[in-house]
Design a protein around this ligand. Sequence first.
Ligand code: G
Ligand code: G
Ligand code: MN
Ligand code: NA
Length: 250
Amino acid sequence: ALLTARLRDAVAREEIVPFYQPLRELRGGRLVGLEVLARWQHPQRGTLPPSEFITQAEESGVVTPMFRSLLCQVCRDAVHWPTDLRFAFNLSPQQLQDPTMAQEILLLAQEGGMDPRRLEIEVTETGIVRDVGTARRNLAELKAAGVTLALDDFGTGYASIAMLKALRVDRLKIDRSFIASMRSTPEDTRYVAAIIALATTLGLGTTAEGLEDEAAIHAVGQMGADLGQGYAYGRPSPAVTVVDWLSPHL
Ligand code: G
Ligand code: G
Ligand code: MN
Ligand code: NA
């Protein structure tokens, strides 16, 4: 209860801030978007990662005001950046169960001057299975407004082909564990290839996560993934760092 009150207060004071990680085209390396990753800039404990507070935020319901605050801060930051940059947000399972979630996101985007076509929403497979009806209506409403839907950590949860069909996601994010095992066990490359082939057959985009070196970038590009994310392209960083990524590079 104490942490919940402290967390609520942190959201109100904007101590929970967006960090950004580049999403790049695998061919050419162009910056096309940024994933928004929450960080708590704690006055005593320094910059805390989501593992220190997201579970508590979800269990207490603070995740909803936290998300609102992050979206508002991103709209403010984005004023200084190119208008074609896209923003990918993570949604908690709890948010997908809220029947007013989609409306609220679209209203906040409008108030912040953010075209919904620049937003990507990342959901996990576990987030969807809980209440398919509400999750599905929320996602359909966002999609109808032009928001891109991405299935995060793909390959590690419960997603079925039927779920991909019902939810009409636009993009699969290959979980970084598959990219990591490709490095240690070359035969494991076939799992990455299989996910990309599935996405391609269904007409979906593929984002490869956890790219830590040029070899991984090259391999997933060869297999047909279109976007990539990982330390090779940039670490999650505060807004001031984003300008360094905007200048033409490589
Ligand atoms: O940035 P980092 O690797 O520490 O993030 C760990 C996890 O925290 C990520 O997998 C991501 O899904 C989750 N996460 C980061 N920011 C947010 C957020 O704003 N909302 C939710 N629900 N999850 C987030
Ligand atoms: O689950 P989700 O995709 O939301 O997690 C994103 C998090 O993954 C980032 O916050 C970051 O901390 C972590 N991450 C991003 N790129 C890499 C990478 O190249 N290697 C590793 N090990 N972790 C990464
Ligand atoms: Mn994510
Ligand atoms: Na992931």
